[in-house]
Design a protein around this ligand. Structure first.
Ligand code: 8YV
Length: 325
């Protein structure tokens, strides 16, 4: 039921169906320009709205959250990762934060699998050959990549998205699964994919043909994959990142790809995105996607609906299902 007293600010354009649903429920302010709001605009939004609904492109910093005279009581993040929000300050300022888990699990894992296949089979190089009108015809040694079926996939992190990736890789491509996570997964979770847990990242890096990153972003995982660790990977191995850009030291990865310490990489996320280190653009052995992890119509609508459920519950005095703090 429409409540004119509750003002909601959405920082970016969302799928039309979800915006329409929000408008039926609340007094909604859209960002018609669909460009990320400035820090001052975000502060003003916290002062004028009851709920702010941001995305990964909005830096909800301690400074933004500390603005005086806030009206906002809840931040309903459109995304499962919430490293764009200073959670500690939100908590101390008494602002509830929610995210959108589950609904994007499969699509993000699909993107990881897509990048794994693109990198292994040199798909970006092949497409560039055709797009640049340089293809002279089939050749017995042209663009030979690495076989995926039956190889070993190393997962860093073993949460929902990692497990969805394990399922696709193990049952779809007959891959052996090895993994490392901060805490050892339950034996049943490992058994489902015959997965082997290693106590250190180093062991996973050294024993896999493909490494896929599935840990959260933020200070604790910044540059988790650095020069030293990249050197542990096999020269035929590929690194896949659909998590957060800053989990990987970009400069070290560019060096690793240039000097062929590893065979290739598939990246959906970047340090300081949308800026991309020009070093990546000069490389052949990297597949680059513009943060498409959850970008399907079904998932983006489901993410919006998840946010609606969270704020609706909150305003009804109930606990939102995806409360982070
Ligand atoms: C989103 C993501 O597209 O949910 C996440 O953490 O990285 C992506 O699926 C993005 O975060 C939207 O805010």
């Amino acid at each position: 039921m429409f409540n004119a007293n509750l003002k909601i600010i959405i920082t970016r354009r969302w799928p039309a169906a979800v915006e329409a649903k929000l408008k039926e429920l609340f007094d909604v302010q859209l960002n018609e320009r669909d460009i990320p709001m400035t820090a001052d605009e975000l502060k003003a939004a916290l002062q004028s709205a009851d709920a702010l609904l941001p995305t990964v492109t909005d830096a909800i910093t301690a400074d933004v959250l500390s603005v005086p005279n806030k009206r906002a009581k809840i931040i309903g993040n459109f995304g499962v990762g919430y490293n764009n929000i200073d959670i500690n300050t939100a908590k101390s300022e008494g602002i509830v934060v929610t995210n959108t888990p589950h609904v994007l699990t499969d699509c993000t894992a699909d993107t990881a699998m897509l990048l794994l296949l693109m990198s292994a089979r040199r798909a970006s190089e092949g497409e560039r050959l055709i797009a640049n009108k340089q293809w002279q015809g089939w050749g017995p040694t042209q663009l030979m990549g690495q076989k995926v079926t039956g190889k070993t996939l190393g997962l860093i992190g073993f949460g929902r998205i990692a497990q969805a990736m394990a399922k696709k890789a193990h049952f779809g491509f007959g891959m052996k699964i090895i993994c490392h996570a901060r805490s050892k997964p339950a034996p049943e979770a490992l058994k489902e994919f015959d997965a082997v847990y290693y106590a250190t990242i180093e062991e996973v890096l050294a024993n896999a043909d493909f490494i896929s990153l599935h840990c959260p972003g933020g200070a604790a995982t910044r540059h988790l994959i650095n020069e030293q660790r990249l050197k542990l990977m096999r020269p035929t191995a590929h690194l896949i990142n659909t998590a957060r850009g800053d989990v990987v030291d970009s400069k070290a990865l560019i060096k690793a790809l240039q000097e062929r310490w590893i065979a290739g990489a598939g990246l959906d996320v970047f340090e300081g995105e949308p800026q991309i280190d020009p070093g990546f653009l000069a490389l052949d052995n990297v597949a680059l996607l513009p943060h498409l992890g959850s970008a399907t119509e079904e998932t983006r609508i489901a993410m919006g609906n998840r946010v609606i459920n969270n704020i609706t519950a909150f305003f009804a005095g109930k606990e939102p299902q995806d409360r982070v703090v």
